[in-house]
Design a protein around this ligand. Structure first.
Ligand code: FMN
Length: 164
């Protein structure tokens, strides 16, 4: 059984989760950025990770899911600045399900990731109260994903693999 872990990550948070998942996996495995993945041929299971951006799944990830996951077993992992369980989170993350409609989605994991300082600074200058409030939350995200979140990601990886 061959497993691929692939991810999009601008500031390193999703990459940390990807590496934790990779570390926890047994058997033949590979890890690489999504930009280096041509297709999912030859993999029995693929973990696909990305950050939530602008209250949605990044368009490049949606395109990748739509083009490459039909009939494939995939597991999704995501990072976002808001805490897990934030009320709007499902409406922001849900679009991966439509994009990967033809896939066999065997699991999904999400956790908080630090909001980068340049983004905090930009949001704090915004006239939009929602954006400003988002910026004010930024400092509380420092250091995420921490050890306990990375351990949860490892558990997730093991649980997904146990289902195969
Ligand atoms: C342009 C931009 C937009 C973002 N939009 C959201 C958002 O809508 N909701 C959220 O919770 N986090 C948002 N974030 C925060 C990221 O999802 C979070 O910091 C994530 O862990 C970044 O992952 P990365 O380090 O792998 O790029 C945004 C970050 C950026 C840079």
């Amino acid at each position: 059984m061959k497993t691929l872990v692939t991810y999009m990550s601008q500031t390193g948070n999703t990459k940390k989760v990807a590496e934790a998942i990779y570390e926890a996996l047994a058997g033949e495995k590979e890890i690489k950025p999504l930009s280096e993945v041509k297709n999912l041929e030859g993999y029995d299971l693929t973990f696909i990770g990305f950050p939530i951006m602008q209250f949605d799944v990044p368009p490049a990830v949606k395109d990748f899911l739509a083009a490459n996951t039909k009939g494939k077993k995939i597991a999704i992992f995501m990072t976002h600045a808001v805490p897990e369980g934030f009320e709007a989170i499902h409406s922001w993350t849900g679009s991966y399900k439509q994009a990967a409609a033809g896939a066999n989605i065997v699991g999904a994991f999400d956790c908080q990731g630090e909001l980068a300082q340049p983004i905090i600074d930009m949001l704090l200058k915004s006239d939009d109260p929602q954006m400003k409030a988002f910026g004010e939350m930024g400092p509380s995200t420092k250091g995420q994903p921490d050890e306990s979140r990375l351990n949860k990601a490892k558990e997730f990886a093991k649980q997904v693999q146990a289902k195969m």
